[in-house]
Design a protein around this ligand. Structure first.
Ligand SMILES: *[C@@H]1O[C@H](CO)[C@@H](O)[C@H](O)[C@H]1NC(C)=O
Ligand SMILES: *[C@@H]1O[C@H](CO)[C@@H](O)[C@H](O)[C@H]1NC(C)=O
Ligand SMILES: *[C@@H]1O[C@H](CO)[C@@H](O)[C@H](O)[C@H]1NC(C)=O
Ligand SMILES: *[C@@H]1O[C@H](CO)[C@@H](O)[C@H](O)[C@H]1NC(C)=O
Ligand SMILES: *[C@@H]1O[C@H](CO)[C@@H](O)[C@H](O)[C@H]1NC(C)=O
Ligand SMILES: *[C@@H]1O[C@H](CO)[C@@H](O)[C@H](O)[C@H]1NC(C)=O
Ligand SMILES: *[C@@H]1O[C@H](CO)[C@@H](O)[C@H](O)[C@H]1NC(C)=O
Length: 499
């Protein structure tokens, strides 16, 4: 039996507006204080030199003077108050400290020599402050630092030499700043760097050879910047990268061969760039698992683009203008599990398009599909299909014809469907959820469908505006008591509803 000693100090202000308290656990030697006046924390009757972890959030303090933190043996310290200024000696007394979290303050300047006594520091979080450009002194002495977070500040440039002391650093986060350029040499001494987040800055150029001295770099995020050109050779210095995120830039120049050195790449996010796709572009990416090409203004996706990407599992092509796909396009991506083709201009797809893959989730919603060939979705592992918001007026029962079809979720909302044949459900016997409103169902067929779903305990979208009576669920058609619509009647129905 473990006894946990919890000492809770509650200091309720006179007006009872702010509830100020600290929680200290003797066993774990951790102190948590929230909205507590700093001088009250200093006065707390607890064994201060036992404390190894202190989290002080909201402490009404703007200046942290010489050795004011009263926990000499603290290893993890978080202070998120309204700190504006620090002194060189603010942490002078905290030589055991390994993790220092100063995020969510209003610090605009790091005094020189702040870390002189903090040689053991491994993690430093300075995010969400008002820091301006760091100087050579800002990060000095941090030879053992592993993790540096300077995200969400006001940094516009990182001068040469600023990072040179960070010989052990594996992760740096500079996201959400105003950095516009990185000079060759910036990362020459950070030889252990593995993860670098530069997203949400205003970088306009990929500096060639920038990472030549950082061979361990695995994850590089330059999303949401202003890069237009990625010239041949620009990415050659990140040979070992497994995740490259270039999404939300303005890349329109991305020449054939630019990715050829990235043979370790597993995740590539190019979404949100008007990128031209040349046959052969992805040919060297034999380890690629995830590829995001959504919002890329693509109006074609050529057969052959993915011929060498045999390990691709997840492909997002949504929000483009692709009107056709050739048979064979996905024949070599044999373990593709997820494809998103939603929000394109597809009208019809070749019957065997997906037959060589092992798709689990297919999203074809928001296209202009007017027909789906029988057998088109006859895949043994398919569990989720979205066909909503298309122009389908008929679904052949054989579309999903596979023995033991595992389909669990199907969305056919907002099409032009009038009826579904009973046999349709014979092939998708494992279905758990069907979304089908927003079609001009024949009323007798609609009732028959709901009846069937109820009897088979299949859930459906029965709590939306259609079922709550705000919009019509069906249209009175040929015979109000019996669902005896057949394929030949469809033209009449379409004329009748003039859809
Ligand atoms: C914090 O406590 C000190 C000493 O008790 C007091 O002088 C100061 O006004 C308090 N600050 C706030 C913001 O309540
Ligand atoms: C960098 O910081 C931003 C903002 O806090 C955060 O969203 C992002 O996940 C961080 N990046 C990494 C690699 O941890
Ligand atoms: C890449 O990684 C391998 C093995 O992890 C290593 O030997 C090599 O030096 C690294 N750097 C480059 C630039 O390939
Ligand atoms: C790329 O970065 C953007 C912005 O930070 C993020 O939304 C997206 O999820 C990232 N992509 C990947 C594959 O991590
Ligand atoms: C692909 O990128 C888009 C836009 O950046 C994003 O909305 C989408 O979630 C990403 N897809 C996947 C599967 O992560
Ligand atoms: C496909 O992409 C669209 C648009 O980005 C998104 O809304 C949808 O959730 C995605 N589909 C799946 C199954 O994730
Ligand atoms: C509706 O169908 C039933 C059975 O097929 C038939 O007996 C009946 O006459 C039909 N009613 C109309 C109005 O066509």
């Amino acid at each position: 039996m473990v006894f946990k000693i919890l000492i809770v100090f509650t200091l309720i202000s006179l007006f009872g507006k702010t509830f100020q308290d600290c929680v200290y656990s003797d066993k774990s030697r951790k102190l948590f204080c929230r909205n507590t006046n700093f001088s009250d924390i200093v006065d707390l009757a607890i064994p201060k030199d036992l404390i190894t972890e202190a989290h002080i959030i909201g402490c009404m303090k703007t200046h942290l003077g010489d050795s004011e933190i009263p926990f000499p043996n603290v290893q993890t310290l978080q202070i998120s108050c309204d700190l504006q200024t620090l002194e060189s000696d603010s942490f002078h007394n905290l030589q055991q400290i390994r993790k220092l979290d100063l995020s969510h303050n209003q610090i605009s300047n790091i005094p020189n020599d702040l870390y002189q006594q903090l040689q053991n520091l491994q993690e430093l979080d300075l995010s969400q402050n008002r820091l301006r450009n760091p100087t050579i002194d800002t990060l000095y002495y941090l030879n053992n630092l592993r993790d540096l977070n300077m995200a969400c500040n006001r940094i516009s440039s990182v001068d040469l030499g600023v990072l040179d002391q960070l010989r052990s650093v594996t992760k740096i986060n500079f996201s959400h700043n105003g950095i516009f350029q990185l000079l060759l040499g910036t990362f020459d001494e950070t030889k252990n760097l593995e993860t670098l987040d530069l997203s949400y800055n205003v970088i306009y150029d990929m500096t060639t050879a920038l990472f030549d001295q950082a061979p361990k770099l695995k994850e590089l995020n330059i999303a949401a910047n202003r890069i237009e050109n990625v010239g041949l050779g620009a990415l050659d210095s990140i040979k070992n990268v497994t995740t490259l995120n270039l999404s939300k830039n303005r890349i329109s120049n991305f020449p054939l061969g630019v990715l050829d050195q990235l043979t370790a790449l597993k995740n590539l996010d190019l979404s949100g760039n008007p990128i031209p796709l040349t046959l052969g572009l992805f040919d060297k990416l034999e380890k690629l698992v995830f590829l995001n090409l959504s919002y890329c203004n693509l109006n074609t996706f050529e057969n052959g683009l993915l011929d060498k990407n045999k390990r691709l599992e997840n492909l997002d092509l949504s929000h483009n203008m692709i009107a056709t796909l050739e048979d064979g396009t996905f024949d070599d991506t044999k373990i593709l599990k997820f494809i998103n083709l939603s929000h394109n201009l597809l009208t019809r797809l070749p019957k065997n398009l997906f037959q060589q893959s092992q798709l689990v989730i297919v999203d074809l919603s928001h296209n202009r599909l007017n027909q789906i060939e029988p057998g088109f979705l006859s895949m043994e592992g398919l569990t989720e299909v979205r066909l909503n918001n298309n122009h389908l007026n008929y679904l052949d029962p054989e579309i999903f014809a596979t023995i033991g079809n595992p389909l669990k979720y199907l969305n056919i909302q907002f099409n032009r469907l009038v009826y579904l044949e009973r046999e349709f459900f014979d092939w998708i016997a494992n279905i758990e959820f069907l979304e089908f409103t927003g079609n001009p169902w024949d009323c007798a067929c609609f009732r028959q469908l709901v009846d069937l779903l109820d009897k088979r305990f299949i859930n459906y979208d029965n709590n939306n505006e259609y079922f709550r009576g705000k919009k019509p669920v069906c249209v009175v058609g040929k015979n109000n008591t019996n669902c005896n619509v057949n394929k030949d009647d469809l033209d009449n129905y379409m004329n009748l509803f003039s859809i």
